[in-house]
Write a protein that binds this ligand. Sequence first.
Ligand code: JFZ
Length: 398
Amino acid sequence: MSWFTDARFGLFVHWGIYAAAARHEWVKSYERMDDEHYQRYFDHFDPDLYDPEVWADDAWNAGMRYLVVTTKHHDGFCLWDSALTGYKATATPYGKDLLRPMLDAFRARGMRIGLYHSLIDWHHPDFPIDLYHPQRDLGEDGARDVGKYADYLHGQVRELLTGYGPVDMMWFDFSYPGRGMGAKGRDEWRSEQLEAMVRELQPGIMINNRLDLGSGDFMTPEQVMPPGGVPGHVPWEACQTLNGSWGYDRDNLDWKSPQLLLSMLVDTVSKGGNMLLNVGPNARGEFEPRAVERLREIGRWTRLHGRAIYGAGASGFTPPQDCRYTQRGDRLYLHLLNWPMKHVHLAGLAGRVKYAQFLHDASEVRFLEVDPHEPGHAYLRGVPEDTLILQLPVTRPD
Ligand code: JFZ
């Protein structure tokens, strides 16, 4: 799994026919649509501008080093040409497999591949209705046979892991065991058997923690920042949105700034985690300008500061206020989330630092390790003796 902790930053893609509704990937459930109503998005799905080479360039230039893509989301629509259903991209007006060219484009740039696959399926006739289901009516599911659904689920995962080249990660979503009627987890999905099949078909693959089998190979806190990181040394990945929605959401106004997104990345890596940042492409197959702008800004930073991200992780040192440390071997990276007035005091570092520099232009940052008792440095009285003091320019370099 070293590729994963080296990569640190990945692209999450939520794409399906809900992009046509353009108001959240849960629209079918939120608005309680039946299959007949939801069919309009299938019938009109024709992403004529889809060019995964552009997506892969945008991701790579942003500094992302892997892709996780929704092969199927909760609505049951499949991006690949599954032999087990007609509810797939090849049967829409677009008429072509959307998955294979995407995986090819990302792999060609050296990026790793993760497949998100929804355990939930609101389209399959044997998926028992529950409180997340668009129909909600728990009494209606008498004839539904979850065993048949599990066969379908296992069959589709087998297709994905045999027909689409080497897959580095499976990202299943999600389980809700033991919450009364309609609860689903390891028994319904036959998770142990599913996991065994995945590992047999793709040895070395990583599997997330949403199969209801415990912590999995990595943990996936969602849209939150675990304050102290994730306990223990389990690899983890914070999945985050640009605007609070995973699927394309035209009228959304909650866009995060590039600066906020970058501080989230830094914060995550400083706690030993990865950040998986989502884009919801639109129904013509493009990343919208608001997403592209943010990826470009992020890329301007990662190009110059990648050494503090890739292969770096948590440090044993404690940073000052409004700062984070990341560390890679004996290189310690200080991230200043707010620009201080001239000096920053680093506790515990006096006598331990040979040289300091900015990353963006490799210019020296001078520092003091003054004996606080020495006359002439009255202002240092009270500063702990192990403190190293960086001397920064008044104006923050770009
Ligand atoms: C799930 C999906 O429902 C959502 O549409 C999106 O794909 C996201 C990445 O994953 O949402 C979840 C899943 C699990 C939790 C919360 C939201 N959880 O465990 O708190």
